[in-house]
Write a protein that binds this ligand. Sequence first.
Ligand SMILES: C[S@@+](CC[C@H](N)C(=O)[O-])C[C@H]1O[C@@H](n2cnc3c(N)ncnc32)[C@H](O)[C@@H]1O
Length: 189
Amino acid sequence: MSAQDRARWDRRYADRGVPAPEAVGPAAVFEAFAELFPTSGHALDLACGPGTGAVWLARRGLRVVGVDVSEVAIEQARGLAMLSGVGHRCRFDLVDLDDGLPDGPAAHVIYCTRFRDSRLDAPMAARLAPGGLLAVSALGQSGGTAGRFRAAPGELRTAFACLEVLADGEADGLTWLLARRPERADGRD
Ligand SMILES: C[S@@+](CC[C@H](N)C(=O)[O-])C[C@H]1O[C@@H](n2cnc3c(N)ncnc32)[C@H](O)[C@@H]1O
C-alpha cells in the first residue's frame, strides 16, 4: 500500500478515536451466527481495524492475531484488548496484506470484514484448520455501485467454492459469506 493510503487510514482512525468497549462484537451480518464461532483455538483477523471483531473473538476464548496496515488502528486495537481484559489472548501486528498473508498456524477462525483482496482468497482457504470457520464481508455491487473494490455478484461463493457455505448474502452494497472447511479432504464430516 502506498504511504499516502496508509496515512489516510491513520488519519481516519485518529479522527474517530478509540472505539468504546460497547462497540466490541461481531459485524452486524454475523450477529445471528455468533454461536457458530468456536470458543477455543486460533483466530486470524485480517484488516482488523481498531479490533472490535478481534476482541470479540478473544472474549469468546480464542487466541487472536489481528493485522492491519494502519499503525493507529493497531494501537487502538491493543488498547481495546487491554481494556476488555483479553490483552493476554490478543496480538496485533502491523502488516501490509499487499505482501500476502503473514505466516502463522492453521486458524480455527479467519475473520475479515469490510476488506477484500482476491489475491488472498486461496491462501485464506488454505490457512483454515479442518472444520475451521471463514467469515468475510466486503463492499458489494448489489444495491451499491460497481467499482474496483466492490465484489461482483456471486464472487465470494466462487472464490471459496472449496468450503462448505453455511450462509451468505448480498444486499445494501455489502456482500458476505460464512463458510467452513470440511473436516476431511473429501468433504465428508
Ligand atoms: C473498512 S476498514 C474495516 C476494518 C475492520 N475489519 C472492520 O470491519 O471494522 C478496512 C481496513 O483495511 C485496512 N487495510 C486496507 N488495506 C490494507 C492492506 N493492504 N493491508 C492491511 N490492512 C489494510 C485498513 O487500514 C482498514 O483498517
